[in-house]
Design a protein around this ligand. Structure first.
Ligand code: ATP
Ligand code: MG
Length: 347
């Protein structure tokens, strides 16, 4: 029986799940560096980070943290539109490689595309993924295993719809909370570098009322980072700020900086921009029943955003990292469209 995997490839993070296990890694990859060199570099911090090293189409890639730390070569992200196809393939196979346990394994995949890319790329992404992929997976010890990943079916959906599916469907993909099947719901998905707006009308994606802006959480991080640069002269990479902002302070060269005030200002400003876009694009959708906020950035901004939105807000479920709500929804959706019959032995 094919394993159903949901994959959410964001500008910040790639998220994947088979319904039991979740994988999250940064959406970065680069050509793997020479093996001997790599080995000596890795010795010190072997256990520390997840290790994703796969060969696809004859090219050896480091993915996620490993690429960030080690790849000498260029690092592609989804930002460059022309790379969307190749990035999707590499990141999707990297994600699936985390769920492989045999030499040959078969999958069905539900993958989300950003609203802004959905129309243009959905067929292409489906075509690229829906085939057999001969890849090689190299583990931390440098041992590689040839693996055949067969993808027998692919469904591409607009990213934020995953959050609706997550609430509508139960773990085996059966509709359980009918509210989400019958109502008109607006979804705001605040990610790392984009903010997606869309409408689920009776669990159907509506292109009207959909929009992608650049108001991801990184906008606020940039403000905080540039303020920090003013006071300490150092350029802090945005991805390093997440923890500091959560705790409210950062230590640079031994000196502590309080980030609470500037964070509040930056989040307030970003939330105001996001809410005003929502209120504008949905101004004619007065028949909308409720609004949901999702995405990793949505988690952070929700308290600022809620009072500014016109409409009823459905509180986000607190049971899971907000970054993972879409992808859990994709997996449930996969179970809905590809119902799994239990093998006689199992039942
Ligand atoms: N444990 C965590 N580690 C890092 N970031 C986190 C964590 N929990 C929440 N976040 C927040 O989630 C954000 C990323 O959210 P998400 O994964 O939804 O973005 P994305 O889908 O990759 O981006 P986009 O939607 O723009 O393509 C981070 O920028 C950070 O603010
Ligand atoms: Mg996202």
């Amino acid at each position: 029986m094919d394993t159903i995997i949901g994959i959410d490839i964001g500008f910040g993070f790639t998220k994947a799940t088979d319904g039991k296990k979740f994988q999250v890694f940064k959406s970065i990859y680069g050509e793997a560096i020479d093996f001997q060199f790599k080995e000596s570099l890795l010795k010190n911090n072997q256990e520390q980070d997840e290790h994703i090293h796969i060969d696809v189409d004859g090219i050896s890639y480091f993915v996620g943290e490993l690429a960030e730390r080690q790849s000498a070569n260029r690092q592609f992200t989804l930002e460059q539109t022309q790379f969307i196809s190749s990035a999707t393939k590499t990141l999707a196979l990297a994600a699936i490689s985390r769920f492989v346990s045999k030499e040959s394994e078969s999958f069905k995949v539900v993958v989300g595309l950003p609203i802004g890319h959905y129309r243009q790329y959905k067929d292409e992404v489906r075509k690229i993924l829906r085939q057999s992929h001969q890849i090689s997976i190299t583990n931390q010890q440098g041992i590689n295993q040839d693996t055949l990943i067969g993808i027998s079916d692919v469904k591409v959906i607009p990213q934020p719809i995953g959050t609706v599916m997550d609430r509508l469907l139960d773990d085996v993909g059966k509709p359980s909370d009918m509210r989400f099947a019958s109502e008109k719901i607006g979804i705001i998905d605040v990610g790392f570098s984009t903010c997606d707006y869309t409408i689920s009308d009776k669990a159907r994606y509506s292109e009207r009322g959909s929009l992608t802006t650049q108001n991801g959480i990184s906008k606020a991080f940039e403000v905080i980072s540039s303020k920090l640069k003013d006071s300490c002269g150092i350029n802090i990479e945005l991805y390093r700020l997440f923890e500091a902002i959560e705790t409210g302070s950062i230590k640079i060269r031994g000196k502590g900086y309080d980030l609470r005030k500037i964070t509040q200002i930056a989040f307030q400003q970003l939330a105001a921009n996001i809410a005003s876009d929502a209120n504008r694009i949905w101004s004619d959708d007065w028949d909308m029943d409720a609004i949901m906020i999702t995405g990793g950035g949505g988690a952070v901004l929700a308290p600022y955003l809620q009072p500014l939105l016109e409409g009823v807000i459905i509180p986000i479920e607190q049971d899971l990292d907000y970054r993972l709500h879409n992808v859990r929804g994709y997996n449930k959706y996969g179970r809905n469209i590809w119902p799994q019959r239990k093998a006689p032995m199992e039942s």
